[in-house]
Structure formats: structure tokens, C-alpha cells
Ligand binder design. Sequence first.
Ligand SMILES: [Zn+2]
Length: 388
Amino acid sequence: MVTRSETMMTRIWPLAKAGRMAIAMMAAMVYASTSVASAASAGCEAPGDKLGVSRIVEIDTHGGPIFGSYTKQEHEASFLGPKEVVLTFDDGPMPWITRSILDTLDEACTKATFFSVGRMALAYPDVVKEVVARGHTLGAHTMTHPFNMFRLNPDVAHDQIERGFAAVAAAANGPIAPFFRFPGLADSHELMAYLQSRGIAAFTVDVVSNDSYIGDPKRLTERTMREIERNNGGIVLFHDIKRSTAKALPEILRQLKAGGFRIVHLTSKTAVQPLPDLAVAMSDALAKAASKSGKPTTLMPFYGTTGPVAGQSAQSPPANGSSAAVTATADSAVGVALPISQLSPAPRQRVASIKASRPIVKADWSRATHKVRTAGRRRTIVLKATAN
Ligand SMILES: [Zn+2]
């Protein structure tokens, strides 16, 4: 295991558009960092047999590079060597899942990058702050997670990007990385050009865990490890809104360590600059939400997500951050009357039964509905958003 003092830091400068592909990584400077305190939490200075962080890669997002292989766009060469892995988590924060994942990462003395949804960040700003405070890197994943960004009117799509960053930055109450991930990895040349004009890096992936569709932690672990081994590492996509992810992560990290994989922690050279008017608007929205004291905000954003444990506030973590705790029934306060066992049928059933994804990403989530076929019956689940 690489100890803290041996942790290496690499800086990546993107190329100008011409010749973006090959030479960038050659030019990357590698040097020993003396300021990697954030890479090691308390007790992780000498992580011993823990997974740890083997290397920090600092990204200069000037010019808007795109990293990862799941794209048709021209992209940067990988900054990862053989057996190097970047852990990423999308769609959160969702307190009872995200905090369990944070605990697991702490336990392994390792770091990840979170691409949070703006709407979620406004609902759970405390968790957003926790992600940063625990040394992870925070980027954005649009405001309301439309799956069809490439089909939207460009102004609407740009607004999704900008509001997402402004909301996540406001919730963090501090600088966040100019790191963006497209919902559903559905990018486009036009939107990439917009990100480049804003000096924002886009991250697609190299390995998909498929945790959106695999509800069984054992199968999720097997699938994830198989894909990581097949790709010999890479940028791995998870979701911190999935209880299967929270439950599988300890074993995945254990197997990564046992398999000789090493974790690379991404950081950004500069912070994103939210548009000033949106920064004000998001701060106002947060202040307004905070003034509703005694009414904890709850939000159920997507199908396949699970509610907090009955009797617990959505704002408080499960006992001991235990991922097992999220297997209990949903709190009716979140507006989902069904037990989780029915909310989350076997993954294949669930995928086959989603009739429409569009209504879920409507601006007014309080009326968002989707239909799930459970045990042969179709149910309409109303997702109530009490954030506003
Ligand atoms: Zn997503």
C-alpha cells in the first residue's frame, strides 16, 4: 500500500482542440505532492492493508476536456495506468445511502468523486457539505436529471447545466470542481462545446457497474469486478441513491484491494464559477428551505430509489451509517406508501415496467408520477417533493 508520504500527484492539462487526443498525457507532470492531507482521513496516514489512495490526479479543466471512453465525442487519452480505478457516484445526495457510502469509503481510507443533482443538493445540503468535508471531490449532474439533454432546446440544456452547478455549489457553501457528468451519459457535440466554453470538464465512464439495474449486492459485486478486471481498471460509475450500491461497496473495495487495483483520486485545479444570478437564486432557495425549521426536507427523485428507515428523519444517517439499515421499510413521510420490498421489485421487473421516464424529470416533481408493475399489478407511485 502506498502511504501518504508516497502518494503521487499528477496534473493533467488539456490540449487545445487540435490534437486533443494523444499528447496530453505525455505532457502530464508527475511529482510528489506535499499537500495531500485531504487524501488521508484520520487514521489513514498509514493505511496498511486498506485500499487507500495511490495517486491524486489534478485536472485543469481549461478548454473543457472530456475523459472516459463511453462517448462518441473526441476525448482525452486516459490518465489512468493499468489497474488504476476512479470511483464515481452519481445522482445523490440521498442521506441514507450517501452517508453509508461515505462511511465505507472512510473505512477503506479511499476517495471518490460525486456528481450530485442540483435539486438533490438543495434538498440535502448537509450531506453535500459532508461529501466535501470528508475529502471527496464534488461535481454536478444537472439540476433535475433530464435523460434527454441532447434533445432539449440548447438554452434549456445549458440552464440545466448552470443551475446544477449553482445549486451544488450553494449547498456545499464553497468551491466545487468544474466536473460534469451527463445524465444517462447522453452527451452531444453542441453541449460539449458549451462545457468547453465554460471551462468545465465532462466525465463519462470506462466501467458501468449497472447498479441502476442490479438490486442484489452479490450480483452487483460480481458484475462490477468482472467489468473492472476486463477493462483493467478505469473510471467506474456507481449511484449513491441505490441501496444495492451501498451494500455491495464494502466487498467491492475489498476485492479491488485483493486484486491489486489502486485508487486514483481526482481533484480540480480550479473551482467552477457559477453564474452570479443563479448563485444568488440558489442561496435564496437554501435559505428559504432552512427557514422551514422542523420540517425536514425529503425528496424521492428517481425510480428504483429507496426511502429512509421508518421512524428516522431523512436528515439523520442510519445507525452507524449501516447500509443494512436501508433495507427497512420506507417512511411514509416521504410520500411513498409502499414498503421498499414493493417499491424495488427485482431489477429486471423494474426495468421492464417503467413506462415513461419523462414525467420523473419534470420541473414540478411534486406531481411527478411513474408506473411500476409489481406482482402483476400496475401501481402509480406519486413522488412527492416537499423541498419547496
Ligand atoms: Zn444520473
